[in-house]
Ligand binder design. Structure first.
Ligand SMILES: Cc1cc2nc3c(=O)[nH]c(=O)nc-3n(C[C@H](O)[C@H](O)[C@H](O)COP(=O)(O)O)c2cc1C
Length: 331
């Protein structure tokens, strides 16, 4: 069901299985944990303010740092068209990016204020300017992550126009999260729309949204057959081994995996930032357990790294009962 590879501009992503960009989750420490398990074709960074990344030091910054063991990493940028895109592309090449992804999907109010994400996608002229400039400056894989656009009667015509625009601007592939901009993460992703979107464009379409395992694809193979790849988001934070164990689950030491993420976050972040990132990760990881809300609440209320560690270890070392299929809804 997962394609062996997706090749964009002579760069091979194998298998065609990707970890989604997730703000405050897919930082260097989390990607290091995923890399320990492997099984993916590329990891996406969290969305990076294009202007801010010019100032980041790749040796130390958990936002832009890339360890060799991560394999392929695509850097997602948040842009509105006012940035020095040539300098940004140069910088990303220097970081060793295996691709640049433009965030055309994020619908949050703070992103609206920046006129980026889904709001860049709405603005045909600015979108074309950004993509054309990046295409001119960057020879590697250029992708865009999108939603369905705004929920209005002519959304299909609008989306088709954007697909054509992306083709004309030299984009190599797109990721579709089939929810409307207004929906955030509510309702279910509309997997039944993948065939329609794929038929509108010659660009490879990577399918994203509410895909938590092979069973989702097996239930409706026709929805995914025309897509070129699969992208997993929240489930990767719940089960960082999901890529490696896509076809068959194997025993996992849940306490050890959490502890490793804790250690990696402490290595890459200042203590204050590590506290924040570990709490976010734990909110997802807690979904594995029948009484995961206890783990989540206790870690959430802890103030220091020491208390987070002691609290979580106490919960995890007591062999907590697992849920058969963790859900990502509402988290
Ligand atoms: C905490 C969180 C942060 C996210 N940050 C980003 C982001 O930085 N860039 C982006 O394009 N999408 C972002 N997303 C959306 C995901 O990439 C993905 O499209 C969405 O979660 C649906 O996929 P899933 O059901 O597999 O999680 C984020 C989602 C979550 C839950």
């Amino acid at each position: 069901m997962i394609r062996n590879s997706l090749i964009l501009r002579n760069v091979t992503f194998s298998p065609a299985l990707f970890c989604a960009p997730m703000s405050e989750i897919t930082h260097s420490a989390f990607r290091r944990l995923l890399a320990d398990f492997g099984g993916y074709g590329a990891l996406f960074t969290e969305m990076l303010s294009a202007r801010a990344l010019l100032k980041e030091d790749p040796a130390t910054s958990p936002y832009v740092k890339k360890r060799p063991e991560e394999g392929r990493v695509i850097y997602q940028i948040l842009v509105n068209g006012s940035e020095p895109l040539a300098a940004i592309a140069d910088r990303l090449m220097a970081f060793g990016a295996d691709g640049i992804d433009v965030n055309g999907a994020c619908p949050s109010p703070s992103i609206k204020a920046l006129r980026a994400g889904a709001f860049l996608f709405e603005d045909e002229e600015r979108l074309a300017q950004v993509l054309r400039t990046l295409r001119r400056c960057y020879p590697g894989p250029l992708t865009v992550k999108i939603r369905l656009g705004r929920q209005r009667p002519d959304w299909q015509a609008q989306l088709s126009r954007r697909l054509k625009l992306m083709e004309d601007c030299g984009v190599d592939a797109l990721t579709l999260h089939p929810r409307f901009q207004e929906e955030k993460l509510k309702r279910s992703a509309r997997h039944d729309l993948f065939p329609w979107v794929a038929a509108q464009t010659r660009l490879p379409v990577i399918a994203n949204g509410d895909i938590t395992g092979a069973a989702i694809l097996q239930a409706n193979p026709g929805y995914f057959e025309p897509t070129a790849g699969i992208m997993l988001g929240r489930i990767a934070a719940v089960q960082p081994w999901v890529f490696a164990q896509w076809h068959q689950s194997e025993p996992v030491d849940y306490a050890e995996v959490w502890t490793r993420l804790f250690r990696y976050a402490c290595e890459d972040f200042t203590p204050q930032k590590a506290v924040f990132r570990i709490k976010i990760f734990t909110a997802y990881y807690a979904r594995n357990f029948s009484f995961g809300h206890t783990l989540f609440t206790q870690v959430h209320n802890a103030k220091t790294l020491e208390t987070i560690y002691d609290t979580a270890r106490r919960f995890l070392s007591a062999a907590p009962q697992l849920v058969p299929a963790p859900s990502t809804s509402g988290v």
